[in-house]
Design a protein around this ligand. Sequence first.
Ligand code: UDP
Length: 373
Amino acid sequence: MRYCVVGAGLSGAVIARSLGEAGHKVLVVDERSHLGGNCHSARDPETGVMTHIYGPHIFHTSNERVWSYVTRFAEMRPYNHRVVAVAKSGVYSLPLNLMTINQFFKRCMGPAEARAFIASKVRKIEEPRNFEEQALALMGEELYEAFFKGYTSKQWGMSPTDLPASVLKRLPARFDYNDSYFAHHYQAIPSGGYTAMAENILRAPNVEVRLNCRFEELSENFAHVFYSGPLDRFFGFRLGRLGYRTLDFERMIDKGDFQGAAVINYCDADVPFTRITEHKYFAPWEKDNFDMTLCYREYSRAAGAQDIPYYPIRLANEQKLLRSYIELAQATEKVSFVGRLGTYRYLDMDVTIEEALAASDRLLELIARGEAP
Ligand code: UDP
């Protein structure tokens, strides 16, 4: 009997390949017309620029297994992600680093002095209960108000006092001039785009891919299904809908350069978009080949039933609903839920690949022991 993988994003591609390479027949279906899920990239027909269609994706990892995996399927070009932030009419560097702190406070401090300076500004909160308290405990009021309060309210559509402290933990604060957005050892972007990488992963023995095909349309019986679609959708939303933020992208093209950086965050609450991305900067090796430039303004809002789900909103209500769906999932035999949508978590690409490798390892082990079909 065949195996089925629902979704041709990174999770699905990795799992399908592992099973196919082990000699098992696999059908991969995706309702979209392309591979790669939300990391899909394609050349923009008008400008020629390689575009991250569902928003920017920068690959970063310190996991050796994951790194050696991706380098099998793509030429990974070094890409050091830096973010420019516009706040209260000034232009700064993010994540918060010595440059940001010195420029913002118009000082010229070294690391130790800056540490003491920020320590004098922070609010002493033993156990921060939400995003705002976490920020105040880390950086104090002025930096929080300038860089985080407005942006976070726009991004999540709610007050930072209603968000969990964990959202901020993704972003470090540094007391040196390291302005690299990520701290991982390997940071890169595939030279041919993520979709080509997914295609290479899926070009494997025993793997059949069917695009424009909804899982719900299939009538075949499968030995096991790996489902990377939305968890609540698998169960027909019978307990309710898990909340997501979606993004609207406003396209802009211009001659030459528009903003001189891949990403500029707009931190003030009165600017309606969160950031502008200029896509040729995600491919510095070919950036100067293009006369035109392509940018997107990003607007975040609550996802409706027809919208593309991007960021899971994991507040108390959603957590409760999620627990009920997880119970249903655990009681569902011969189906594994994987990936960002299948597990309703905000996942970076490297973690997605790591977990997909682990999921297929697990099934292959069970098959080898005769404990799974
Ligand atoms: N954030 C912010 N200002 C910024 C960048 C990020 O307030 O200029 C907050 C925001 O709440 C965001 C969180 O920090 O959701 C994590 O940032 P990250 O860059 O990881 O966001 P993502 O990858 O989710 O876009």
